[in-house]
Design a protein around this ligand. Structure first.
Ligand code: NAG
Ligand code: NAG
Ligand code: NAG
Ligand code: NAG
Ligand code: NAG
Ligand code: NAG
Ligand code: NAG
Ligand code: NAG
Ligand code: NAG
Ligand code: ZN
Length: 499
């Protein structure tokens, strides 16, 4: 009797658990993705931002801390994940600046990681793009220099300006729109601001016809070490030696609440994670919510480099990393990272091509046309590429103007950027494309169900050739840092290598 009772209990437990947790399938997981939940999540992030005067979610701010705590709490409450809140310290840069030319207030934006300083001095134009020290005339010494964006990093230009003993630098844009530059970190720099193309051209015209311009530039830069957090949630179940990792970034820029960039990826991932808790998985799934992406991929870089140094065998267990940074741009295109290098010749580690085809097949089945976007490492997947992990992801576009052909395919108006609110106050819940938000979150669900079940469609990871990894990294960096067309990519990581 006793024996039979035990058998019965065990059988029932097994049966009950099998009933409540069936193996995940793409269809079943996608069916749990609900637009109201996505909207509610995006609203929650916006509420965090708008609860404070700065109305943003910059890393280390109260609203960003609230975002981190919210994610950790929701993920823990499912009971399905081991949740780690990983602290790290990085240098924050903020502050303000003022510029007058011959006493007239002039458009300017503070560069990230600029030193502070005040100067009143003649404005002097540099030759070419200021990428060579020979571009700086003798008059640059003791002057404020005017430099065009393009061909090399901002850091390179401003290092040259400092070497020429200029007092400060103004970098004007080479495309329409605000220039939001970063020097990428501390260096031998002079106080630096950016200005728009029209302002730059008109100053240049005045200088070229012999008008003397006296500039007064005041830069108050706030540089402080801030503690911030990545949130890493891994399924308790599944094979932890064979892991699917996915990521989105939780921080915004200073200018706005960051609801498309990257509230959309954050909430998309969170909702897939919640839905996944109703299933069983074969491979473990790790949801990563990165901080400080906007200051140069700082959270994901910290995570990968720390593991690389302390437990490289853990990195080897990550079979694929998928990145979701901006998935609901108001004037969207469906774009997939070019993992096979067919469009941009920046091929990812073995497996990246197969990940790209998995996303292509998804859009094809959904009746959507897609395009490739450069696999240049300028979002949180970059650090994973650097250690040879297969990667992929999607992107609905940032400040670049949609092509006429793109309008025919995905709709929209003439001459408009994919996201006109990119890095602006208007990146809020009212400006999300909800159809793209829903479809792309279902796409995330599809990719999770696929790889949580099996990695059979991916080649076994090739052992990393350090030389090859270094070469590919150099090509990615030079692609992102030397774009002769003057367009730039969407994340802050981009801007440190900006033209
Ligand atoms: C955010 O959290 C960090 C770490 O606990 C703390 O140092 C910081 O003061 C918090 N930020 C704000 C604005 O409260
Ligand atoms: C899935 O599981 C979560 C708890 O982890 C639960 O809140 C939710 O209601 C379940 N069902 C659906 C349809 O997501
Ligand atoms: C910028 O780079 C391109 C391509 O390398 C080169 O052809 C061009 O001369 C450069 N322009 C300037 C002004 O340095
Ligand atoms: C200054 O910036 C504003 C907003 O970006 C722009 O509308 C205006 O044209 C700029 N001023 C000049 C002189 O270009
Ligand atoms: C020089 O250019 C400026 C700005 O374009 C204009 O206001 C000024 O009249 C010009 N001066 C001469 C001497 O042509
Ligand atoms: C930030 O921390 C680093 C390392 O501890 C230190 O060298 C640096 O002076 C600190 N910077 C600021 C602005 O506090
Ligand atoms: C990872 O660690 C190895 C061995 O210490 C090192 O050679 C390599 O540069 C590191 N890679 C990255 C991207 O940090
Ligand atoms: C891709 O880039 C490599 C390295 O720069 C070059 O050797 C190769 O010819 C390029 N392939 C194509 C198709 O452009
Ligand atoms: C697809 O991407 C390529 C490469 O960036 C670009 O030249 C082309 O215009 C894009 N097509 C559409 C429809 O946007
Ligand atoms: Zn982003």
């Amino acid at each position: 009797m006793k024996f039979a009772y035990i058998i019965l209990t065990l059988a029932c437990a097994a049966c009950a658990s099998a009933q409540s947790f069936p193996p995940v399938t793409s269809e079943a997981l996608q069916a749990l993705i609900d637009l109201d939940e996505l909207r509610g999540g995006a609203q929650q992030l916006q509420d965090f931002a708008y609860a404070y005067p700065d109305r943003n979610r910059v890393f280390g701010s109260s609203a960003h801390n609230d975002t981190v705590n919210f994610l950790a709490e929701v993920l823990r409450s499912t009971g399905f994940y081991n949740v780690e809140v990983q602290p790290f310290v990085e240098l924050y840069s903020g502050g303000d600046s003022a510029l007058t030319i011959n006493g007239v207030p002039t458009n300017n934006t503070l560069f990230t990681y600029t030193p502070s300083g005040t100067a009143t001095a003649p404005l002097v134009a540099v030759s070419n793009l200021g990428c060579a020290t020979s571009d700086y005339p003798p008059q640059a010494t003791g002057a404020i220099v005017l430099i065009s964006r393009g061909n090399c990093t901002f850091a390179q230009k401003v290092t040259n300006a400092a070497a020429a003993r200029a007092l400060a630098a103004i970098v004007y844009n080479n495309i329409e729109g605000t220039i939001a530059g970063t020097l990428g970190g501390l260096g031998e720099y002079v106080p630096t601001v950016g200005t728009d193309l029209a302002t730059g051209k008109s100053l240049l015209a005045s200088l070229q016809n012999g008008t003397n311009l006296i500039a007064t530039l005041e830069v108050n830069s706030v540089l402080e070490n801030r503690t911030t957090f990545n949130v890493i949630a891994e399924t308790k179940s599944g094979n932890h030696d064979s892991v699917l990792a996915l990521g989105a970034h939780t921080d915004s820029v200073e200018a706005g609440p960051g609801i498309n960039d990257d509230g959309s990826g954050t909430i998309g991932l969170l909702n897939v994670a919640i839905a996944l808790s109703n299933f069983t998985v074969t491979n473990a799934v790790r949801f990563c919510f990165w901080s400080a992406e906007e200051f140069g991929l700082l959270g994901s870089t910290y995570y990968v480099t720390t593991l690389n140094e302390t437990a490289p065998q853990e990195l080897a267990k990550i079979r694929a990393y998928l990145n979701f940074d901006m998935i609901a741009s108001p004037h969207y295109a469906y774009m997939i990272y070019d993992g096979d290098g067919s469009a941009f010749n920046l091929t990812g580690p073995a497996g990246s091509a197969e990940i790209e085809s998995m996303f292509e097949d998804y859009y094809t089945a959904a009746g959507k046309t897609f395009n490739a976007t450069a696999f240049d490492g300028r979002s949180d997947y970059g650090p994973f590429l650097d250690v040879g992990i297969a990667a992929g992801g999607i992107f609905t576009g940032a400040e670049e103007i949609k092509t006429d052909e793109g309008q025919d395919i995905w709709g929209g108006e003439e001459e408009i950027a994919y996201d006109v609110n990119y890095h602006q106050a208007g990146d809020n819940i009212f400006n999300l494309a909800l159809d793209a938000f829903l479809l792309n979150t279902k796409l995330i669900a599809h990719s999770v169900a696929t790889y949580a079940t099996t990695f059979d469609s991916l080649p076994l990871p090739a052992s990393l050739s350090r030389r090859h990894a270094r070469e590919m990294k150099m090509r990615r960096d030079s692609y992102a840092g030397a774009d002769i067309h003057g367009h730039f990519h969407h994340h802050c990581g981009t801007e440190d290598a900006e033209l």
